[in-house]
Design a protein around this ligand. Structure first.
Ligand code: ATP
Length: 277
């Protein structure tokens, strides 16, 4: 039985400057950062600490990035696990992992706990064992509920573990157990939407800092013409463009290299580059 443990980042090094094109209340995030920097101050002022924050939105649009930026801005450790890592048929394993995760984060508070795909542990999934016996299905369902209960217990006990912020991410909020959404658990919800053209340009600009882009490249052409592309895909585009530029023996990435990269990511490798420029 493997024992996944939270991946810990001493300091994520990610800041809000790395996050682009998301129109969310930065003040709301700043408040969490302020809290993590000085939980005692909130305590002295009688301000109730935030319990959990749910980041909700489609894949690849920056939920993990925002979570890392909160920890990075505050300079506190970041404990990351995926919801699926808590899902085991063996009784008690998931809840033990939850306990262990919160215990470790509390020892090193102030800190941030982040569970990605939280729907995997916080919902009753039906039919996954439909080809197996009912006993197995029931055991899996029961185990998942025990794990969820443990998470609820940990969240309810947050007053005693001041200085820890719990962040969860999902692209299926509709699947979440309503108990998790009650006040005192996920009391804040931040919706992260796919970027619009302006957002896509800002995301491309952030990632352009990491590669060698020719000054002649006009990224707005790509931002305008790639509707529906997520931040993750746009980041991948510039990485691909860098590879194309190397293959084309260019000293820096040219407009035609980015266009060829769009082509490669859209329809796979091609000999003739699409001319978007
Ligand atoms: P998933 O639901 O698939 O876990 P996610 O919403 O958590 O997706 P991230 O893991 O944060 O997405 O994004 C993947 C990568 O894409 C980031 O590390 C970053 O390089 C890039 N990216 C995504 N969104 C943005 C953004 N808004 N600004 C800058 N970069 C972004």
């Amino acid at each position: 039985q493997s024992k996944p443990q939270a991946r810990v980042d001493g300091s994520t090094g990610v800041t809000f400057a790395d996050v682009a094109g998301i129109e969310i209340a930065v003040e709301e995030l700043q408040e969490l950062v302020k809290y993590l920097k000085n939980p005692e101050l909130f305590d002295k002022m009688g301000i109730k600490p935030p319990h959990g924050v749910l980041l909700e939105g489609p894949p690849g649009c920056g939920k993990t990035l925002v979570a890392k930026a909160i920890a990075g801005e505050a300079g506190v450790p970041f404990y990351q696990m995926a919801g699926s890592e808590f899902v085991e048929v063996l009784v008690g394993v998931g809840s033990a992992r939850i306990r262990d995760l919160f215990k470790r984060a509390k020892v090193n508070k102030p800190s941030v706990i982040f569970i990605d795909e939280i729907d995997a542990l916080a919902t009753r999934r039906q039919g996954i064992f439909s080809d197996k016996t009912d006993d197995l299905y029931n055991a899996a369902t029961q185990e998942r509920e025990t794990t969820l209960n443990q998470l609820l217990i940990e969240l309810d006990g947050f007053d005693t573990g001041k200085g820890v912020i719990f962040l969860g991410a999902t692209n299926r909020k509709d699947l979440l157990d309503p108990a998790l959404l009650r006040p005192g658990r996920f009391d804040r919800k931040i919706r992260i939407r796919p970027p619009n053209a302006k957002g896509r340009l800002e995301i491309l600009q952030v990632h352009a800092r990491k590669v060698k882009l020719s000054e002649s490249v006009d990224l707005s052409v790509f931002a305008q013409n790639l509707p529906g592309w997520s931040g993750a895909r746009l980041a991948q585009l510039l990485q691909e463009a860098a590879l194309v530029a190397v293959r084309n023996k260019h000293k820096s990435i040219l407009q035609s290299d980015v266009a060829e990269a769009v082509d490669r990511l859209t329809v796979g490798p091609k000999r003739v580059a699409l001319d978007l420029g």
